[in-house]
Design a protein around this ligand. Structure first.
Ligand code: AFD
Ligand code: MN
Length: 383
């Protein structure tokens, strides 16, 4: 059990700055009390998640939502709070110019503008010391005939190649796919195969990020994880969960068994290392922001603990012997283990409260920010 605890102690989960701002659906964004007004306050809230879980030390930024005059100062502020800047997320989906696409747009002027933004994100990586650029393109078309599917792939490849060549030593980009939305007929990076193919062409600094909310219902995500790991192309995760589409629910909330199976394939495939970025990408609509992130981190931790409990020797023996029920039983034994006592023990050994949710709830932090953060512009969509 000591090696499992050591592995759990070393786990790192990154929270997204945009999780702490107001967010919602196209129908309504419900503003909440105490929401940050700027990236500095977002980092303060993210630092609370790390303070209570002990395994969430980095925060992903989103540009321009987290634009500041001095990124080195922002990185210093993060360090003073006990956290660090993680992945830099580009945003080529909210400018009016991008209505018909960004890097795949038919107009070369728009493509140039979008690619320049991606290059600016690499400049910010240099300033913050981030090693990871996350690229998600909302690019796509709504009607057959609207644009040329193949030409859009050519444009995408051209922009990706320019960004790839700009990456410095130790830097990489993670290309994210999403089946649909906001485009309704064809999305230019819709699935893992498209992302994988572009990354293979570009080289080792280009990898795929699996956003668990971005697949068709019933997709076997752990198969994708196993395959990408085997190819050295699993750059990381954007964890969340969904019942129907890209619902942005707390990871593990909709299907904890799937999260366990994903974490099992990560561990089995040798991906439980710093090479794979375990990031949350959840914009909660009605959940209180900080507790929603704490619970999400705990859900990943619980799935990981269960996956680490799998008796790999017994499983392999049963698989070799073609013992269908025996092999399944080995996996289910681990999944059905209540790991909460183990995690509570680990937290106490780490000098943390055994129940992070209860500890945060009674800390008074929410009441403090609700009282202090009055006025100003609350961060949210586009902020
Ligand atoms: C949206 C996109 C995608 C991306 C995230 C941050 O769907 O998941 O990773 O914004 O840009 O959720
Ligand atoms: Mn994502």
């Amino acid at each position: 059990m000591t090696d499992i605890k050591a592995a759990l102690r070393a786990q790192r989960i990154e929270t997204p700055s945009w999780a702490y701002g107001n967010s919602g659906t196209r129908f309504k964004v419900f503003a909440q009390q105490g929401v940050p007004r700027d990236p500095y306050e977002k980092l303060a809230d993210a630092a609370q998640v790390h303070a209570y879980t002990g395994i969430a030390p980095t925060v992903a930024l989103h540009i321009p939502w987290d634009k500041v005059d001095d990124y080195a100062d922002l990185a210093r502020h993060a360090r003073d709070l006990g956290v660090g800047i993680g992945a830099i997320n580009s945003n080529v989906f909210q400018d009016d110019d991008y209505k018909l696409g960004s890097v795949t747009h038919p107009d070369a002027r728009v493509r140039r503008k979008a690619t320049d933004h991606l290059l600016e994100c690499v400049d910010i990586m240099d300033a913050t010391g981030s090693d990871t650029l996350k690229l998600w393109f909302s690019d796509g078309i709504n009607y057959p005939g609207q644009d040329d599917l193949r030409a859009r792939q050519d444009r995408l490849a051209e922009s990706l190649a320019e960004v790839y060549d700009r990456l410095g030593e130790g830097q990489r980009f993670l290309l994210e796919y999403k089946l649909f939305e906001p485009a309704f007929y064809a999305t230019d990076v819709p699935d893992w195969g498209t992302a994988y193919a572009h990354c293979v062409k570009l080289g080792p600094k280009a990898q795929v990020v699996v956003d668990t909310g971005h697949h068709a219902p019933g997709t076997n995500i752990e198969f994708i994880v196993a395959f990408l790991l085997r190819e050295g192309k699993l750059g990381g995760f954007d964890f969340n969960s969904r019942f129907y589409a890209d619902d942005d629910l707390m990871v593990g909330a909709a299907d904890p068994f799937q999260l366990f199976r994903i974490m099992y394939e990560v561990i089995r495939g040798g991906g439980f290392t710093d090479e794979v970025a375990f990031m949350l990408d959840q914009c909660h609509n009605i959940e209180p922001k900080i507790p929603g992130q704490i619970r999400s981190v705990m859900n990943v931790q619980e799935a990981t603990a269960k996956a680490l409990l799998v008796d790999r020797a017994a499983l392999s023996a049963a698989q070799q012997a073609g013992d269908v029920l025996g092999a399944n039983a080995v996996l289910m034994d681990a999944y059905n283990t209540d790991v909460r006592p183990l995690l509570a023990e680990l937290r106490e050994e780490m000098g943390l409260a055994p129940d992070p949710m209860a500890a945060y709830a009674t800390s008074g932090y929410f009441e403090k920010i609700a009282a202090e953060r009055v006025g100003g512009n609350q961060a949210g969509w586009g902020a």
